[in-house]
Design a protein around this ligand. Structure first.
Ligand code: CP3
Length: 338
């Protein structure tokens, strides 16, 4: 691999500078992505066509100069492989025509064996071929609780109160569903590794709607199982908003812990300085002028001193961000020394 900075940093090694990638780097910020997207029927066609998925996966490496590519797909392919298909509504977001409403619905779901998602592994293999060793490919999956939220509610939500109701009104059924999602995710990530990903991230995007006791009971055991069973490459856990569980995450079996922009790396390092940290520039900083972007990026780098660091935003880049600001963020990191 020509540039394996991100793998070294994920393993906790000291690197000459922080490697950088951006959550949602492949997507609407790039005119080249929008051109491909408008030439086809929809988001799912892009995800399910390995040649096209590989093309948009490589775009941010070529255009923005990121230190890794993240495979273009979605966390919602797992519910689909389990028997609950998703739709991506233009300008609205994901929708599930059917949701889980009862224990018998859970019984009817499959544990995905992974083979259902062949298009993802083909896209990974094609991406590797196109990158020819320039940078590593990152695989990913949703965390069991975040997937659970979509399977219960069928769409996004500010509070995910229906999913939270389940945790209290049917804890046994909730564990049963989380169990099935976890096993499906393990099978899926193992095949991503086999297809060639060098690192993977687990996205717990809706962690922040829970509390410490709920996170301990319904999330940490499943997150740790994934990490323990898919352990042949380094991994990152990103639990957005999970301030209450910082210690558990820092003691988890993941190599790296992703921080959102509300979290303070100096405070988090106090739990452990052997864990790699990832993050965490507020994505809205990229709407400031160039001088502000450079200043805030440098401040962010300083705040992570004292241990291994993978630079990123604190959550996905917003689609109306000027891609040149994203490039400035990346260039600023690449020209800074540790
Ligand atoms: O560049 C990358 O990060 C890789 C591709 C990627 C996508 N989704 C493509 C996508 C990744 C890693 C995801 C993960 C994902 N998907 C998450 C976890 C990350 C996070 O943001 O917290 C979640 C919660 C989803 C579910 C999802 N997919 C939502 C809520 C939406 C709609 C919101 C939106 O931005 O429109 C999607 C659609 C989606 N997934 C798009 C992309 C590029 C936009 C759709 C399009 O281009 O038409």
């Amino acid at each position: 691999m020509d540039n394996d900075l991100i793998i070294c940093a994920a393993r906790g090694e000291k690197t000459e500078r922080s490697p950088v990638w951006v959550m949602r780097q492949a997507g609407r910020i790039l005119p080249e992505y929008r051109a491909i997207r408008s030439s086809i029927s929809g988001f799912k066609e892009l995800v399910e066509t390995p040649d096209l998925a590989a093309e948009v996966t490589v775009q941010p490496v070529d255009i923005l100069g990121t230190d890794s590519a993240i495979i273009f797909s979605d966390i919602l392919v797992i519910p689909e492989a389990m028997g609950l298909p998703y739709e991506m509504k233009e300008g609205i977001g994901p929708r599930f025509p059917e949701v889980v409403q009862s224990d018998s619905d859970i019984d009817r779901l499959n544990v995905a064996e992974g083979g259902e998602l062949k298009y993802v592994y083909d896209a990974i293999a094609e991406t590797k071929r196109r990158l020819a060793g320039r940078v590593p490919v990152i695989g990913f999956a949703g965390a069991p609780f975040t997937i659970f939220c979509y399977m219960i509610e069928g769409k996004g939500s500010k509070t995910f109160s229906e999913a939270r109701k389940w945790l209290h009104s049917n804890p046994i059924g909730s564990h049963k569903l989380l169990e099935k999602i976890t096993q499906s995710t393990i099978n899926y990530l193992k095949l991503q590794v086999e297809a060639g990903v060098s690192l993977y991230q687990v996205f717990d995007s809706w962690a922040g709607v829970l509390s410490k006791p709920l996170y301990e009971e319904f999330c940490m055991p499943y997150l740790n199982r994934i990490s323990e069973e898919v352990n042949s490459v380094p991994n990152i856990v990103f639990a957005k908003g999970a301030h209450f569980s910082t210690q558990d995450l820092m003691e988890s079996s993941y190599n790296a812990v992703g921080l959102d922009w509300t979290m303070n790396p100096v405070e988090v390092r106090k739990f452990s300085n052997t864990k790699t940290l990832q993050g965490n520039l507020d994505p809205t900083v990229l709407y400031g002028d160039d001088a502000l972007v450079v200043q805030k990026t440098k401040e962010m780098l300083t705040s992570f001193k004292g241990g291994a660091h993978i630079a990123n935003l604190g959550h996905g880049v917003y689609p109306d961000t000027d891609w040149k600001k994203v490039k400035l963020f990346i260039d600023t990191i690449k020209s800074s020394q540790n």
